[in-house]
Design a protein around this ligand. Structure first.
Ligand code: MG
Length: 301
C-alpha cells in the first residue's frame, strides 16, 4: 500500500489564530492525543515573541515537557516533534529545548514577507542560511514553509516560475523539506498542477510537502492534485483549527481527520486512527468553546 505522511500543524498554524486560550496542560494533553492517534510528525507551536503572537507564549515550556515525556516513554518514541522559528533568536531557543527539527518561513511575495516576519525575502534567505549552518552543526533538520505560493493577500496571483526559482534557491541551503503553502486558500486543482510542473523540474517530489487552507472548500481537491504529481506529505490541522493572523480572511487548514479519511479510503497508508482524531476534535471543541470546521464526525465513519 502506498504511504502518505501527515504533518500535524494544528498547535501552530491552528492555535495561533484561535481566540480561545489553551493552557499548557491542555496543549500537552492535545499533543498526547495526537501522538497516540498515530500521527508521526507534530508541530508544537512557534518560538516567536509573545508580543507578536501571545498564543505561543507557553511553547518553550510545552516543548521541554513533551521531549522529557518522550524520553521517559510516556509519548511514542518514533514521533517527530518540531516547532516553527521566525528568526535566529527563535532558532537558538528551539535548539536549547532539544528539538531535532524546526521549520522556517520564506514568502513568495515581498508584501507578505514584510507583514508576516517584518523582513524582505532577501533578508529571510540570509536568516535561513544562518539557521541552516547552525542546524547542520547541531544535526537539526530544517523544513521551510514557502508561503503565499499560489497567491498573496496583498499582491494577488504569484507566477509558478517565480515560486520554482525561489524553491530551488531555498533547497540549496540543505533544507530537507519544502512545504509549499496556499496560505490564503485560493488555489484550485489545476493551479496545483500548474505550479508542480515547473517546481518538479528542479525539486524532487520526495522533498515537497503541500499545505492547504480550506478557505473555499478546495483543499481536498488540491491534495488529489498533489498526489497525482507524486507528493506524499501533506500538512493538516486537527479539526481544521485556525487560519493565519496576517492573511485576512484565511480560514483553517484542511482538517486532519477529513484528509486521513480520504487518503485511507484511497488505500494510502497513513498510520493514523481516524476515530482517535475525531475524539480529539471533540475534546478541543469543549476546550475552545466553539465548533470546529472538520466535516468528519463520529457518526460518519
Ligand atoms: Mg498556513
Amino acid at each position: 500500500m502506498p504511504v502518505a505522511q501527515i504533518v500535524e500543524v494544528g498547535l501552530r498554524d491552528g492555535l495561533q489564530n484561535e481566540t480561545g486560550e489553551l493552557s499548557l496542560k491542555d496543549r500537552y494533553q492535545l499533543v498526547k492525543k495526537l501522538s497516540v492517534s498515530g500521527l508521526k510528525r507534530i508541530e508544537l507551536g512557534s518560538f516567536v515573541s509573545p508580543k507578536a503572537i501571545p498564543q505561543m507564549q507557553c511553547v518553550p515550556e510545552l516543548t521541554k515537557k513533551v521531549l522529557l515525556a518522550q524520553r521517559k516513554g510516556s509519548l511514542p518514541k518514533n514521533t517527530i516533534y518540531s516547532a516553527f522559528v521566525p528568526n535566529q533568536k527563535g532558532f537558538e531557543k528551539a535548539a536549547q529545548c532539544g528539538l531535532q527539527e524546526i521549520s522556517f518561513f520564506v514568502s513568495c511575495t515581498e508584501s507578505f514577507s514584510q507583514k508576516n516576519i517584518n523582513m524582505s525575502i532577501k533578508d529571510s534567505l540570509k536568516v535561513l542560511n544562518f539557521i541552516c549552518q547552525k542546524a547542520r552543526s547541531l544535526k537539526i533538520k530544517v523544513r521551510v514553509y514557502l508561503s503565499a505560493a499560489f497567491a498573496c493577500p496583498y499582491e494577488g496571483n504569484v507566477a509558478p516560475a517565480k515560486v520554482a526559482r525561489l524553491a530551488d534557491r531555498i533547497m540549496q541551503e540543505g533544507v530537507f523539506e519544502l512545504s509549499v503553502s496556499d496560505t490564503i486558500g485560493v488555489a484550485v486543482y489545476t493551479d496545483v498542477l500548474s505550479l508542480m510542473n515547473p517546481l518538479l523540474k528542479k525539486t524532487p517530489a520526495s522533498k515537497i510537502a503541500l499545505h492547504f487552507h480550506d478557505t473555499r472548500g478546495m483543499a481536498l481537491a488540491n491534495v488529489l492534485a498533489g498526489l497525482e504529481t507524486g507528493v506524499k506529505v501533506f500538512d493538516a490541522s486537527i479539526g481544521g483549527l485556525g487560519g493565519c493572523p496576517y492573511a485576512p480572511g484565511a480560514s483553517g487548514n484542511i482538517a486532519t481527520e477529513d484528509m486521513v479519511y480520504m487518503l485511507e479510503k484511497m488505500n494510502f497508508q497513513t498510520g493514523v486512527q481516524i476515530s482517535d482524531l475525531i475524539k480529539t476534535t471533540h475534546y478541543l471543541e469543549k476546550k475552545l468553546n466553539r465548533t470546529l470546521p472538520a466535516k468528519l464526525r463520529l457518526r460518519a465513519i
